[in-house]
Design a protein around this ligand. Structure first.
Ligand code: AMP
Ligand code: GLY
Length: 424
């Protein structure tokens, strides 16, 4: 089969590397991809939200399945576009249609969904410009910290957690009346602050059947000790030690089953990944958010732990017989550490020469923001490489990642030296 993966990050490199190991895959294409995917697939220089360009690529390369990495094309309706086109409608797309993608595309939609289907989550109310005063009054009824969420996609920046009431009321007005996050904050969800430790559980579903994939924890802040600005993610660990069988069983009963059943009840035919961000409060799970795709860098520790053929699982999703597929998981721990450009997540420079990747034997180096320029690998983004290793313990895996990193160099390279600090 010829497969097209949409996206250009470490997540897409991890999908590509895993799919390249399937003997059912003929040619792999990644659009637009990076220097890592170029080594194992053919990169196609198109934007994943340019549907007409995707169609041309799919038709001209006889693509037989499309795997969507990021949320933007899903929320924009790439799956619906395929279904509405006579030449494309028989080609399976791994990723939900526009209706299911609302679980990530609208916080208000996802809160209503959880309320309707009795899925544990923080209490909330949604406000608009017209109800700003009610919103400010509602804040006075809550205890700090205050959680304000822009309803729409805001590049991971749309959630504010504030300690003072004044600040929360001010920011609510900024979001609703002054379009702090543009149209994404024309509606704002205000919700109760959840205590506990965060982790993520990933589900692959064909709309009826599902497989629970390994859990993971990511490290979102730029600074050690979880300080400083939010990033796309600076590292990840899988499995999460405190997410033991009892806890995952609870998540399955209280969250996964009602989510899959809820989608069916609502008439949403969902085929793809569901990323469930959870708070574990003394063994009780509560949903912080849904994403309609895999996480990045979580994919770089979850996918390499799947021993089964990923294409087989994707075929199960497409043909709605995922229940007939088995999934086997490597019991070892996987860790990944992100190497980022100096300055990220604020302004940073690109096109720095990267050296040392080919010397790494003990880790998998997934490319995130890289580009190949005349056989030279250059930096091309904030997050540049994810260095993944396996171990019998978190410590052993981390030690391998960090010792591999000692052999990789680029100007102003930065990374967190404390990934997993709270777990070991
Ligand atoms: P989200 O985009 O909804 O995942 O929110 C971004 C981050 O904000 C989450 O990963 C949590 O760390 C934090 N967060 C979101 N909602 C809550 C909440 N209700 N209580 C505590 N922390 C939250
Ligand atoms: N690492 C968090 C995310 O992919 O949203």
């Amino acid at each position: 089969m010829n497969i097209l993966i949409l996206g250009s990050g470490g997540r897409e490199h991890a999908f590509a590397l895993k799919l390249s190991q399937s003997n059912k895959v003929s040619t792999l294409f990644v659009a637009p991809g990076n220097a890592g995917t170029a080594e194992i697939a053919k990169n196609i220089s198109i934007n994943p939200t340019d549907f007409n360009a995707i169609k041309e690529c799919v038709v001209s390369h006889a693509i037989e399945m499309v795997v969507v990495g990021p949320e933007a094309p899903l929320v924009a309706g790439v799956h619906d576009f395929f279904l509405s086109d006579a030449q494309l409608k028989h080609i399976p797309v791994i990723g939900p249609k526009e209706d299911g993608a609302q679980l990530e595309g609208s916080k208000d939609f996802s809160k209503q969904f959880m309320e309707r289907h009795d899925i544990p989550t923080a209490k909330y109310r949604t406000f608009t410009k017209e109800t700003l005063i009610e919103g400010k009054n509602f804040l006075t009824t809550l205890k700090p910290p205050y959680v304000l969420k822009a309803d729409g996609l805001a590049a991971g920046k749309g959630v504010l957690i504030l300690n003072s009431l004044n600040e929360a009321q001010f920011e609510l007005e900024e979001m609703l009346s002054n379009e702090k996050f543009g149209n994404a904050s024309s509606r704002v969800v205000i919700e109760e602050f959840l205590k506990g430790i965060e982790l993520s559980v990933f589900v692959l579903t064909d709309g009826k059947n599902y497989k629970i994939l390994p859990s993971a924890k990511d490290y979102k802040r730029i600074g050690e000790g979880d300080k400083g600005l939010n990033t796309g993610g600076m590292g990840a660990i899988s499995p999460v030690p405190f997410a033991d069988k009892d806890f995952i069983d609870k998540v399955e009963e209280l969250v996964v089953k009602p989510t899959i059943n809820g989608l069916q009840k609502d008439g949403i035919d969902y085929r793809g990944f569901i990323f469930i961000g959870l708070m574990n409060d003394n063994g009780n799970p509560s949903v912080v958010e849904y994403n309609v795709r895999m996480g990045d860098p979580e994919t770089e520790v979850v996918i390499p732990r799947i021993d089964s053929d990923l294409l087989e699982l994707f075929q199960g999703v497409a043909n709605q017989n995922l229940d007939e597929k088995s999934i086997s998981i490597n019991p070892k721990t996987a860790t990944t550490v992100m190497l980022v450009s100096g300055g990220y997540p604020e302004a940073y420079e690109k096109e720095k020469e990267i050296s040392g990747i080919s010397t790494i034997n003990d880790s998998i180096v997934y490319h995130a923001g890289t580009i190949n320029d005349n056989d030279q690998i250059l930096t091309n983004g904030g997050r540049v490489l994810a260095v993944t290793s396996f171990g019998n313990t978190i410590e052993e895996a981390l030690q391998k990642s960090y010792s591999s990193i000692n052999n990789i160099h680029f100007d102003k390279m930065n990374y967190r030296k404390d990934i997993g600090f709270d777990l070991v």
